[in-house]
Ligand binder design. Structure first.
Ligand code: ADP
Ligand code: ZN
Ligand code: ZN
Length: 743
């Protein structure tokens, strides 16, 4: 008798165990990674994944239940994926079921999406027979036309045949029964590509710097080798990535490329397919369910051997990975926003270790944490600090907005930005305007009583959206019409404060009424191909200005954009978060990189109330290294990562008291452990979360700051172990390490 160790798909700490089932004789082909149905308590048969098969068990045989049946005939997860799931479970304090779920797309798990089949019709009789039949039929009849069409075009979808011949159910049935034609079904492939098979593009001749980097990568192709590639925007990182992949996959290996949000970079995907062909699969959240399922299957079956995708693509069922690339390594979107809060880059590093292959983290503005690690030798730093086409970085002009104000300019555009916009448009060139806030205004306040209008479900102010004349909550989507009178005091003096992208668009069109704009933010880019269609208007020249949030900062290459305006740099810089300086530097640098990439020289105008701030000065000089030196000093002085670790434990519940009590109970346990750790613990506090109520849920948090010291992993494990039993059915516990967004 053999026994299967099974992780059941139940997301509950209590059942985070591995259960043993006996394997019936008929299912003797069971192996690790297969999904099975197993009896589980009163729930009947539920799904599980086999993580191990053994010949013996210590358990009493009469108590053992049998595996009910197999869901898959081939292993669904391979050994590597199970290894990674175990690592994720430990690293992110998740259950094994949580971790395994990451590797199985929701569509597959729920069994909702199936392989799609289409009905096909073909001629099945020999040519001679067909000719005889055709001769016996009257020309013009449907049966005659069916045969002629099939003879001319070959096999055809039934629906298409019906379309060409006209409704032909009866005659088709007759021909089938006579054995002249045959009906069969074929697997349909749902394709996420807008261009089915793009023309192949030739490889570029790499410049010296690119060649050096490529050589270094290829040299370590058969070993774990982590690289941090600091390459300025336009230095040709993408070409290096693609050539490295091409070389390495030629030896029967596979590759993963992670990009921050792939739907934002259709150009990048197209480039990959032009150079690397149909073996490229794409995985991202904006794909249709069916498309995702089919792409995932192409990877599983080896039809696709290069995967390019957003965060979750790191879980793709690839075998024998030869290289992993992470583009825009500094982006916060690589960290999951839901439990388990994995960092896709950390997972990628584990995969690279498992596969003994190089991993390249590329960025024009590397994250301060990893650049520091590179200095310590954890990553090999490689650099490409010049643009591939030899063009200089565009000059950046910093405008002091307090001066504008004292000169009497109350609009959102400074004189300098305005003049530059005029001259750019007069030359038929294009403009990008960047603002860190979507919607029309940031909040709505009554000037009579001073109240701001807030969300019903969350403790946050609502944002005005001018196109629908509504106030909207950016956290839960709650919406109300813009009130005419203050809901608190009835005054009519309610006013919008602060500018969002809609307002910038409106002001721009007031100044240039005959121009066309494209606005890109979450509100305009919801549809699957929305980005593509918006960007197309810029590419074909029908729009003259692109206005948007950080999503326009990434990877677009528009040769005719020569002016970039950062409308308000302070919005980001003043955020109460230790990473706000890093983010501001990165965003200004990234958007600056969009200007003047081709023939015409570019120009950047940054509007700010703090022109002397080192972040603004370093960004103006395109000087990452000076920025890093100053920033790392501040981090050290203030005990922020990478010198310390911030841990946030958030308790969330519909019931206010329960959330509060949960955090209190946990804090009691944690404090005991922290006290033992002496002065390695810098700070610990329990309080309401910055947004105390979100989507009708109450939120309380524990914040801890610990120095990075030798025993930190051990301490952190103990902390989490001590609070394991506190979360229950309706009280959620969310653990965040160095949290990205702390609302
Ligand atoms: P990055 O990803 O570093 O911002 P890209 O890879 O997008 O830069 O390259 C910027 C531009 O330079 C692209 O238009 C690309 O085709 C071009 N380019 C890259 N490498 C070379 C090269 N060796 N010779 C000529 N042009 C190049
Ligand atoms: Zn009021
Ligand atoms: Zn809300």
């Amino acid at each position: 008798m053999k026994y299967a160790l099974v992780v059941v798909d139940v997301l509950n700490q209590d059942v985070d165990k591995i259960f043993t089932y006996a394997i019936p004789e008929a299912l003797n082909n069971i192996c690790v990674g297969m999904r099975v149905l197993v009896p589980f308590g009163r729930q009947g048969n539920i799904e599980g994944v086999v993580v191990s098969v053994s010949d013996t068990t210590d358990l009493p045989l009469d108590k053992l239940k049998y595996v009910h049946s197999l869901i898959d005939s081939v292993p669904f997860l391979n050994e590597e994926q199970i290894f990674l799931a175990k690592w994720i479970k430990k690293q992110y304090h998740a259950t094994m079921a949580d971790a395994l779920r990451l590797f199985i797309p929701a569509q597959v798990r729920a069994g909702k999406v199936k392989t799609k089949y289409i009905q096909m019709i073909k001629l099945s009789a020999s040519k001679e027979q067909t000719d005889v039949v055709l001769g016996s039929l009257k020309p013009g009849t449907k049966a005659h036309r069916i045969i002629s069409v099939l003879a001319e075009y070959g096999d055809m979808e039934k629906s298409r045949l019906n379309h060409i011949v006209g409704a032909c159910y009866e005659p088709l049935k007759k021909l089938i029964s006579k054995g002249i034609v045959k009906e069969y079904s074929e697997e349909a492939v749902r394709s996420p590509y807008l261009d089915i098979a793009p023309e192949r593009a030739p490889w570029l001749n790499l410049n010296r710097k690119q060649n050096e980097v490529l050589d270094e990568i290829i040299l370590s192709k058969n070993q774990f080798a982590p690289f941090l590639l600091h390459g300025v925007t336009g230095s040709g990182k993408t070409e290096v990535y693609m050539q490295a992949i091409n070389k390495i996959t030629a030896e029967n290996k596979t590759a993963v490329v992670l990009v921050p949000e792939i739907s934002l970079t259709p150009q990048m995907v197209l480039n990959f397919r032009k150079k690397l062909g149909d073996g490229v699969a794409i995985l991202h959240s904006a794909l249709g369910q069916g498309e995702r399922f089919d792409e995932w299957k192409r990877i599983l079956t080896g039809q696709a051997h290069i995967v390019i995708g957003a965060r979750s693509a790191i879980f793709a069922p690839l075998k024998n990975i030869g290289i992993i690339i992470v583009d825009e390594e500094h982006e916060s979107s690589y960290v999951s926003e839901t439990h388990p809060r994995y960092d896709a880059i950390e997972v990628a590093i584990q995969r690279a270790k498992y596969n003994n292959c190089p991993i390249v983290l590329g960025s024009a503005t590397p994250s301060v944490n990893r650049y520091y690690k590179a200095q310590k030798g954890e990553f090999k730093l490689v650099e490409m600090l010049r643009r591939a086409n030899g063009k200089e970085m565009p000059p950046v002009s910093v405008v002091d907005m307090t001066e504008e104000f004292s000169k009497g300019n109350r609009t959102i555009f400074s004189q300098e930005l305005y003049e530059n916009m005029c001259s750019t448009l007069s030359k038929d060139q294009q403009i990008m305007l960047f603002l860190n806030r979507r919607g029309y205004s940031s909040f709505v306040m009554c000037r009579a009583c001073g109240e701001t209008i807030t969300c019903e479900n969350c403790d946050v102010s609502l944002t005005y959206h001018s196109n629908v004349d509504k106030l909207r909550c950016h956290y839960c989507g709650y919406e109300i019409p813009m009130p005419k009178l203050c809901p608190y005091c009835g005054s009519k003096f309610i006013k919008q404060f602060g500018a969002g992208t809609q307002k910038v668009e409106e002001e721009f069109l007031k100044l240039f009424p005959d121009k066309k704009t494209v606005r890109m933010d979450i509100d305009t880019t919801r549809g699957k191909d929305a980005h593509y269609h918006l960007l197309k208007q810029l590419a074909d020249g029908s729009a003259q200005a692109l206005i948007g949030t950080q999503m326009i900062a990434k990877g677009h290459d528009f040769p005719n954009v020569t002016l970039v305006g950062v409308v308000a740099a302070d919005g980001m810089l003043r955020m109460p978060d230790y990473r706000s300086r890093e983010r501001t530097f990165s965003l200004i640098t990234q958007v600056s990189g969009r200007a003047g990439r081709a023939e015409n020289p570019g120009k950047v105008v940054v509007q700010t109330y703090s022109p002397q701030h080192f972040v603004i000065e370093c960004a103006k000089n395109h000087d990452y290294k000076s920025f890093f030196e100053k920033e790392i000093e501040q981090r050290k002085a203030m005990w922020y990562p990478p010198f310390a670790r911030i841990i946030r434990i958030l308790y969330v519940c519909e019931d206010a008291e329960k959330a509060y009590n949960g955090s209190l109970q946990a804090y009691d346990k944690i404090r005991v452990l922290l006290q033992k750790s002496g002065d390695n613990v810098l700070y610990s506090e329990r309080s309401q979360a910055p947004i105390g109520r979100l989507q009708e849920m109450y939120r309380h948090q524990i914040l801890i700051k610990i120095k990075e010291f030798d025993g930190i992993e051990d301490l952190v494990d103990k902390l989490f172990d001590s609070i394991k039993g506190i979360a229950e059915k309706d009280l959620y516990c969310d653990i965040q390490i160095n949290p990205v967004n702390m609302f």
